[in-house]
Design a protein around this ligand. Structure first.
Ligand SMILES: [Zn+2]
Length: 345
């Protein structure tokens, strides 16, 4: 009889090389972001069960990126994908490792039924089939989701970064086996993601956009989760849930005007984990995207790891700035846009 070691309840995928990625001096997408997260996790006693990733392969990338784009990026040792997305000699290798980490997270979550969080840089959700930009080079979450699809799984991608994940959207717009659902501030970078964009062809109804305006936060996200996110995920019946977790919708974040508090952010992650537990065998993977206020970023990530592990983390950034569902109109618009596809009340 085997009384062997109990598997840890959840896993962290991380590599110290992620802090070697420096797009440019004083760039907001900076190494201190991960240092702050790791420091906070250590302080909370939560930085354990950490595994090092292996890099994604070219074949992994080419499930979602065009070979011509992968070649171009691999050969570009100095240059820019856009003015804020610089390439240096080490960028390609670190981007491969970042994609590999999210791939490993989804594989661990799927094969072992354990929630897994990939703490990575660079982020990925603005990288599309043949382009990068917005601090993103390779679409980590898309690479991982495509790997699950290859194994016959249906995947729901929940993107709570404050920016619309145009890359993820473009990669899966025509797919019916990948649900892409995004909440974001509409009108800021990259300018995409209106409620009326529901996907294309076979993929119509499997792209869901909830485009919030400035000021939307706790009450709006909770209402969107109750009336759109939860019901659509339950109806879609995914085999796994993969989250693009950007923490730039936080009220302290300098890049956007959304107003989520830390507890509301942790709730989004927690409720998504609960959906995965209830409907897809606990197959839940989280990938870090943006988030540029170090304290907000690190406490939301630590709170989320704590929530998944049933461990309490004290949160300090708890102001609730949206108490009245300021995003009622965009929520209603999103529901109208989706009414041909999903039975939403
Ligand atoms: Zn973002």
């Amino acid at each position: 009889m085997n009384f062997g070691a109990v598997l840890p309840a959840s896993v962290i995928v991380y590599d110290p090389r992620f802090v070697d990625h420096v797009p440019s001096p004083f760039h907001v997408e900076r190494p201190d972001r991960l240092r702050a997260i790791v420091g906070r996790l250590q302080k909370e006693g939560l930085f354990d069960d950490v595994v090092r990733p292996t890099p994604a392969s070219i074949a992994d990338l080419e499930r979602v990126h065009r070979p011509s784009y992968v070649d171009m990026f691999r050969q570009l040792t100095e240059g820019f994908l856009d003015p804020e997305t610089a390439v240096h000699p080490e960028t390609f290798e670190i981007a491969l490792l970042s994609a590999g980490a999210v791939l490993q997270a989804t594989r661990t979550a799927t094969r072992e039924g354990r929630p897994t969080i990939a703490l990575v840089r660079p982020p990925g959700h603005h990288a599309g089939p043949d382009y990068g930009g917005g601090f993103c080079y390779l679409n980590n979450v898309a690479v991982a989701a495509a790997d699950l699809v290859e194994e016959g799984h249906r995947v729901a991608i929940l993107d709570f970064d404050a920016h619309h994940g145009n890359g993820t959207r473009d990669i899966f717009a025509e797919r019916a086996d990948v649900l892409y659902l995004s909440t974001h501030e509409y009108g800021i970078y990259p300018g995409t993601g209106p409620a009326e964009d529901v996907g294309e062809g076979e993929g119509r109804g499997f792209t869901v956009n909830i485009p919030f305006g400035a000021g939307c936060g706790d009450a709006s996200y909770a209402a969107a989760f109750d009336s759109i996110v939860g019901p659509i995920v339950e109806a879609f019946r995914p085999d796994a849930i993969v989250m693009s977790l950007g923490v730039d919708a936080h009220y302290r974040d300098p890049l956007t005007s959304l107003t989520l508090s830390s507890p509301a952010y942790v709730d989004l992650v927690g409720r998504s984990a609960d959906l995965a537990k209830a409907h897809c065998g606990n197959r839940f993977a989280v990938a870090l995207e943006g988030g540029y206020h170090l304290e907000a970023l690190s406490e939301v990530v630590a709170g989320s790891v704590g929530r998944i592990r049933d461990r309490r983390v004290d949160l300090l950034l708890t102001e609730v700035l949206d108490t009245t569902v300021r995003g009622r109109d965009p929520i209603e618009r999103a529901k109208r846009a989706q009414r041909d596809f999903w039975n939403l009340r």
